[in-house]
Ligand binder design. Structure first.
Ligand SMILES: C[S@@+](CC[C@H](N)C(=O)[O-])C[C@H]1O[C@@H](n2cnc3c(N)ncnc32)[C@H](O)[C@@H]1O
Ligand code: SF4
Length: 404
């Protein structure tokens, strides 16, 4: 089947594998940027886009990393002009991840001019000592400045990333970070508990006994997050993600067959939710370009090489830079889709799950759903299944039960 006759893929992720310096906790594939390699990478990424453009009609685009905002104006122009030439612009949601230290008015204007309409900024904390401890290159002052630059450039859909349970962070410091973040008035908030990833300096410090993990404090911080974000007008729609509620959403929820608050009803996902990520959690297809990126197209999962030099060499030879590709058997894929979707507060409406996977949760996973409900981790409703607040805290363990 040619790309013209098949339904084209509506979601595109592009990975930019460069950072000014590596943060102490981070295991995303990226390396400190070196001038010529970035130019070479830009050319390779454009080549990779050319190879898949015919099969794409992007509804969502997400430049992640790494630090996409590290590109200079010329590099961004090259990338965006190539996207225009390949008919890849015009997405309903077009996100670029930014580090607050690398935002400028010129860059913000260029991105807006080419249709970028959402910026996700890695803030992490408003406490300069903690930012330092995390190895961040930005200060709290830069967050305010960059936020202002982005607003002035016309961005009306901004996300802030925060982290909690950082070693040395007290409940008081977390509360004031939350309050300062909420006071900025972004449309979206993502907030992650620190994960101790192998091979990171923070993990090495933990292993060396430099600090302890305090699970009780982490729980208290999560509770603060959920409460304060809710009080500031955010709706939690995923374990770590909150979006500004809006009147339309409430209206949609009102018209859903069951309460939009508690069920899989569509209205429970706010309109300012990250549509790109909702597509992942709902088991949708997407192309993933750039080193280390994964993609999922027509039941085949691919992963690119996590090596920028090799990525460039392969693209320069006219080859895709795919390290592995796996055609997923339908039941395995359905199990993964079930597991992903449980991260959403809305869980899974039974009908939607059937439409997505051709499997029925009530048939294949009935025993697992009952076991979770008995533990108080989930609720089974007439038309859907979702984790409870307690279940969301243990979502990884709950999700594992659905894998086949
Ligand atoms: C790719 S980064 C965001 C953009 C940009 N690179 C930056 O950091 O400013 C994605 C987000 O994942 C979160 N993150 C990364 N590593 C993490 C870890 N080990 N534990 C918890 N959150 C993490 C951070 O909040 C980070 O902002
Ligand atoms: S958190 Fe962001 S800036 Fe820090 S190393 Fe990871 S990708 Fe780079």
């Amino acid at each position: 089947m040619s790309a013209q006759t098949a339904t084209r893929v509506s979601s595109l992720y592009l990975h930019v594998p460069f950072c000014a310096q590596k943060c102490a906790y981070c295991a995303f594939y990226s390396e400190p940027a070196g001038g010529e390699l970035v130019n070479r990478y830009v050319a390779a990424l454009i080549r990779e886009m050319e190879m898949v453009a015919d099969d794409l009609q992007p509804h969502t685009i997400f430049f992640g990393g790494g630090t996409p905002s590290l590109f200079n104006l010329r590099q961004w122009s090259q990338v965006l002009q190539s996207m225009a030439r390949l008919n890849l612009l015009g997405a309903q949601e077009f996100t670029v991840e930014c580090n607050p230290a690398t935002v400028s008015a010129d860059k913000a204007k260029l991105l807006r001019d080419f249709g970028v309409n959402r910026i996700s900024m890695g803030v992490q904390s408003f406490d300069d000592a903690l930012l330092d401890r995390l190895g961040r290159i930005h200060s709290r002052a830069m967050v305010f400045k960059s936020f202002d630059i982005l607003r002035r450039a016309g961005f009306d859909n901004l996300n802030l990333d925060l982290m909690f349970a950082i070693p040395g962070q007290t409940l008081e410091v977390w509360r004031s970070t939350l309050d300062e973040a909420l006071a900025l008035g972004s449309e979206h908030l993502s907030s992650y508990e620190v994960i101790y990833e192998d091979d990171t300096p923070l993990f090495a410090q933990l292993q060396a006994g430099k600090f302890d993990v305090n699970e009780e404090l982490a729980c208290a911080m999560y509770d603060e997050l959920v409460e304060r974000a809710g009080a500031a007008g955010f709706r939690q729609y995923e374990i770590a993600n909150f979006a500004k509620d809006n009147p339309l959403t409430r209206l949609e929820a009102t018209f859903s067959p069951l309460s939009g608050e508690r069920t899989g009803a569509k209205g429970a996902i706010p309109r300012s939710a990250c549509q790109h990520n909702v597509n992942y959690w709902r088991g949708g297809s997407f192309y993933g370009l750039g080193p280390s990126a994964t993609g999922y197209v027509r039941a085949v999962r691919t992963k690119n090489w996590s090596n920028t030099q090799l990525y460039c060499e392969l693209l320069e030879q006219g080859k895709r830079a795919i390290e592995s590709s796996e055609a997923l058997p339908p039941l395995k894929r359905a199990g993964e889709t079930a597991a992903f979707g449980l991260r959403l507060v809305a869980g899974w409406p039974f009908e939607e799950f059937c439409r997505t996977t051709n499997f029925d949760l009530r048939r294949e996973w009935s025993a697992d759903m009952n076991r979770l409900a008995d533990r108080g981790w989930a609720e089974i409703l007439p038309d859907g299944f979702h984790l409870t607040r307690q279940g969301l805290r243990f979502a990884d363990a709950a999700a594992e039960m659905f894998l086949r």
